[in-house]
Write a protein that binds this ligand. Sequence first.
Ligand SMILES: *[C@@H]1O[C@H](CO)[C@@H](O)[C@H](O)[C@H]1NC(C)=O
Ligand SMILES: *[C@@H]1O[C@H](CO)[C@@H](O)[C@H](O)[C@H]1NC(C)=O
Ligand SMILES: *[C@@H]1O[C@H](CO)[C@@H](O)[C@H](O)[C@H]1NC(C)=O
Ligand SMILES: *[C@@H]1O[C@H](CO)[C@@H](O)[C@H](O)[C@H]1NC(C)=O
Ligand SMILES: *[C@@H]1O[C@H](CO)[C@@H](O)[C@H](O)[C@H]1NC(C)=O
Ligand SMILES: *[C@@H]1O[C@H](CO)[C@@H](O)[C@H](O)[C@H]1NC(C)=O
Ligand SMILES: *[C@@H]1O[C@H](CO)[C@@H](O)[C@H](O)[C@H]1NC(C)=O
Ligand SMILES: *[C@@H]1O[C@H](CO)[C@@H](O)[C@H](O)[C@H]1NC(C)=O
Ligand SMILES: *[C@@H]1O[C@H](CO)[C@@H](O)[C@H](O)[C@H]1NC(C)=O
Length: 505
Amino acid sequence: MRVLSISGIFLVATTQIVAGNNLNLAEERAAAVQQAFQLSWDAYYEHAFPHDQLKPVSQGADDSYGGWGATALDALDTAILMNNQQVVDQILDYVPTINFRSSSQGTVSLFETTIRYLGGLLSAYDLLNGPFSHLINDTSRATTLLTQADELAQSLKIAFNSETGMPYNGIDVGNQAIQGDPTNSLATIGTLVLEWTRLSDLTGNPEYGNLSQKAAPYLFNPQPSWASPWPGLVPNNLNISTGEFISDAINWDGGSDSYYEYLIKAYIYSPSQFSSYRDTWEAAVNSTIANLLQNTTTSSGQNLAYISTWDNGTFSSSMGHLVSFIGGNFLLGGSVLQRQDIIDYGILLTDGWYAAYSSSATKIGPGALSWNATAAADAGQSDQYDQLGFYYTAPQYVLRPETLESYYYAYRITGDQKYRDWSWEAFVGINSTCWTGSGYAEINNVDDTNQGGGFNDLQDSFLLAEVWKYAYLIQTDDAVWQVGKNGTNQFVYNTEAHPIKVKGN
Ligand SMILES: *[C@@H]1O[C@H](CO)[C@@H](O)[C@H](O)[C@H]1NC(C)=O
Ligand SMILES: *[C@@H]1O[C@H](CO)[C@@H](O)[C@H](O)[C@H]1NC(C)=O
Ligand SMILES: *[C@@H]1O[C@H](CO)[C@@H](O)[C@H](O)[C@H]1NC(C)=O
Ligand SMILES: *[C@@H]1O[C@H](CO)[C@@H](O)[C@H](O)[C@H]1NC(C)=O
Ligand SMILES: *[C@@H]1O[C@H](CO)[C@@H](O)[C@H](O)[C@H]1NC(C)=O
Ligand SMILES: *[C@@H]1O[C@H](CO)[C@@H](O)[C@H](O)[C@H]1NC(C)=O
Ligand SMILES: *[C@@H]1O[C@H](CO)[C@@H](O)[C@H](O)[C@H]1NC(C)=O
Ligand SMILES: *[C@@H]1O[C@H](CO)[C@@H](O)[C@H](O)[C@H]1NC(C)=O
Ligand SMILES: *[C@@H]1O[C@H](CO)[C@@H](O)[C@H](O)[C@H]1NC(C)=O
């Protein structure tokens, strides 16, 4: 789940194609992604480190995630996977200096802190203790990552201090106080289990996993009864003190998305512990296919499939970019459960977002699209709708990873070269359109090749954690840290693309 923001400024962009002669195509592409990662890291390190994120246009710094260096922690495992010793060392030197017991910000988000920092620390620990141990000489370099993850969880765990055990999302870590709403969203409650359970398994302290699992019965047995019209699908907002649902919006968009994502990922992490999560995921996916999946047709007769939303009896034929991770999640779960039909729907949904990416002038997909003919006519977009089968309802691109993530799963699970080509096409578009001269920025309009119609002054940390990682890993060979072809996985990627070693491996 992420929050959207827009504004605009500009600078001159330069593009150049890397010419490689003796590398094969995939190696050449992987090297180009490594270069983009280095450019975004260098700009951050020079202008914004150890703040959370780079403002690439003004060359300033942003603190939105506690001010503990979100980009550094988000980038660490990407640098590890790329064998980038210099960047790994820069970040490992920094990690022991972070004080998670106080923050420059009054309120931090339990969810954001978990997926970026805890996920980043645990993933780096698992990789440096495992297949990337050659990147450290001294095992204390890795041990510190776990010590700091433990510190962070100690600092955050007050969030679970409620009648139901359901967490609050806003925490003042310095004063150890809950901030804000007595409600919480489905995604912010349901996207903790992987990281907190892994932390318990690595430290031997069962408290963390217990805390993150305690609210699950409220999500799996929804109350009141109107909350869940279809098995497995539930609304996006809850009352923390009662554990009851208090909205009737059902979708896979921000606020809900990674709850569904983690149901199957928790099962992959530990099948014996999380079989009820698997069952809920399968029910949710069955219900999604039966009720939310809709089709539209292009002018050339191609069928495209997308996921609609539902709110108290009303469907809306629209889909945000955030939801485009769903193809990859279906592919992953379908492969693990050996459900070829779910894999096939995952492919169909991934292909739907390729249609969106390939339709734009920059080859980057829009922030949201709709396949509602009436709404297209009302918006004066019937021409685009008639040709493409959809029209853009939000033209911006905010460096989001979800479509590249689905290409990644599609490639690993089907082995079809076209997904590598699609990922590369999107990478080239992002690399050239979003480049500011000093880091990469969000853009206002994917249909404008001239600096994307204007930059928004932010290089989100997930550009380094996710976009470059998925763009890189799809071009590299099978390995233990890659998603498995046949439903067997030694690592499972959290929602910020941090690979966590599955239990018992
Ligand atoms: C990516 O962008 C950088 C910065 O403009 C440029 O140096 C590099 O050549 C680009 N890579 C590709 C493959 O276009
Ligand atoms: C490990 O130590 C050797 C010898 O001191 C040094 O050459 C090498 O760069 C070090 N490697 C790492 C990953 O720190
Ligand atoms: C964790 O949960 C298990 C099972 O409910 C319980 O037996 C154990 O006491 C709990 N441990 C802690 C530290 O809360
Ligand atoms: C949550 O439930 C409590 C107890 O019934 C109630 O007092 C409170 O108003 C509810 N809050 C919201 C936001 O629904
Ligand atoms: C989902 O649908 C499949 C195929 O119809 C069925 O075999 C399976 O039992 C269903 N799973 C759940 C949890 O409803
Ligand atoms: C959409 O198309 C897919 C693939 O052809 C098909 O399986 C599905 O039943 C269709 N769904 C609807 C609602 O028409
Ligand atoms: C759903 O809509 C009906 C009217 O169509 C309204 O009476 C009801 O309160 C709504 N439900 C919720 C939970 O908002
Ligand atoms: C389609 O758009 C019309 C006009 O905005 C709206 O009334 C209708 O509810 C929409 N239907 C769907 C399924 O999105
Ligand atoms: C998948 O492949 C792995 C490694 O090649 C093998 O060990 C495993 O048995 C296979 N699993 C299934 C379900 O076919």
